[in-house]
Design a protein. Structure first.
Length: 265
């Protein structure tokens, strides 16, 4: 269900979240209004108490929701940085192996180019759907096999070989982190706290005494839209590598267009 939602266009996703939130807010108001009229005795002290209580709970919930949103956005930016580092490590590896002797040089550059094309054209689109194709591991093992079988003959070749191994190890580590992040998401307990807190905040506004129904509905809808914006950010950016707003393969595209295309195998 969640995967289906975050695969929708952002505008559609926001409209769905907004409609649900506004419907719950206004529907709850209309159902709670008769109860609120019975509970409210029309005194100023009672109105002031409900207002003060709403301010306190709204502030607490706002802080909680803000912390969750910041955490989700921080994770998204961290994943974006990780993808950039992965692309940089791959580009550095391609440049390092370009200094090795043939036929190792050509073999490594050819397999690396195949891996880059596969990642851009197959693996990354599948990743947006929540899948993790294992075929990319075949390319990595082929590269490792060529590197491990290579025996440098000069000090310069030894240095380039060692640097290429280091970059490959770094690339493998970043790929592992990316695979782990593919399934990372906010725990269901956090979502429960966020949704229950929103419902509790709305419930307090339903008990606010007000004779003008149209104004009350308008204010409830406005509050619901603010909540919908926060829910949209949480849902759209909770899984940085999955969905419409997922991080794209720009670092890999940059390696292909700026490095491999200008110096093909």
């Amino acid at each position: 269900m969640i995967l289906w939602l975050i695969s929708l266009p952002s505008a559609v996703l926001f409209c769905i979240i907004s409609l649900i939130t506004v419907a719950v807010s206004v529907g709850g108001l209309l159902m709670a209004r008769p109860i609120a009229r019975k509970l409210h005795r029309g005194t100023d002290d009672e109105t002031e108490f409900v207002g003060s209580f709403l301010q306190a709970t709204s502030a607490l919930y706002g802080i909680l929701l803000g912390l969750v949103v910041v955490a989700v956005w921080s994770d998204y930016k961290a994943a974006e940085d990780m993808a950039s580092r992965e692309g940089a490590a791959l580009g550095a590896f391609y440049a390092d192996v370009s200094g090795l002797h043939e036929p190792v040089r050509g073999a490594l550059r050819a397999v690396t180019a195949e891996y880059v094309n596969y990642t851009i054209d197959v693996a990354w689109p599948a990743q947006r759907l929540g899948e993790n194709p294992l075929e990319s591991n075949v390319y990595v093992r082929r590269i490792q096999g060529i590197l491990q079988a290579y025996e440098p003959e000069t000090a310069g070749q030894t240095s380039l070989h060692a640097e290429a191994l280091r970059k490959m190890n770094e690339l493998i580590e970043l790929r592992r982190i990316r695979a782990e992040m593919l399934g990372a998401a906010l725990p269901s307990e956090v979502w429960g706290v966020v949704l229950i807190g929103a419902l509790a905040t709305l419930a307090i506004t339903w008990l606010m005494p007000h004779d003008g129904l149209a104004l009350h509905v308008f204010l409830e809808s406005l509050l619901a839209m603010y909540l919908a914006l926060s829910f949209f950010i949480l849902l759209a950016f909770d899984r940085p590598l999955v969905g419409t707003t997922a991080i794209d393969a720009a670092p890999y595209v940059l390696v292909r267009d700026r490095l491999i295309a200008l110096d093909p195998p």
